[in-house]
Design a protein. Sequence first.
Length: 103
Amino acid sequence: MAKYKPIDMVKEYRGKICEHSDTYFQKRGKTLCTGRICKPRDLAKKPYSAEELAVRQKFTQARAAVKALTAEQKAAYEEAFANQKKYSSLQGYMFAMEYAKLV
């Protein structure tokens, strides 16, 4: 694990950070995080399991369901989104609700 000093534009680091891989940035709510992918998965040696493929399929179905929402459904989600504090974006809230329907 590498030593690090946060710079002003990055307020928080999460996860394992190593020195030999590409850095990525991610915004989680109001926090900007960065990290590095260490030892990426080799799909030839370790392909996706049936459970992982099922999760990927549910994710794809939830994204399609969000894209297919009507204007009335989006308006209903906007009202419900205004009364909650867990999700920071309407898009994330709609995705979570549609994903919950699949589980």
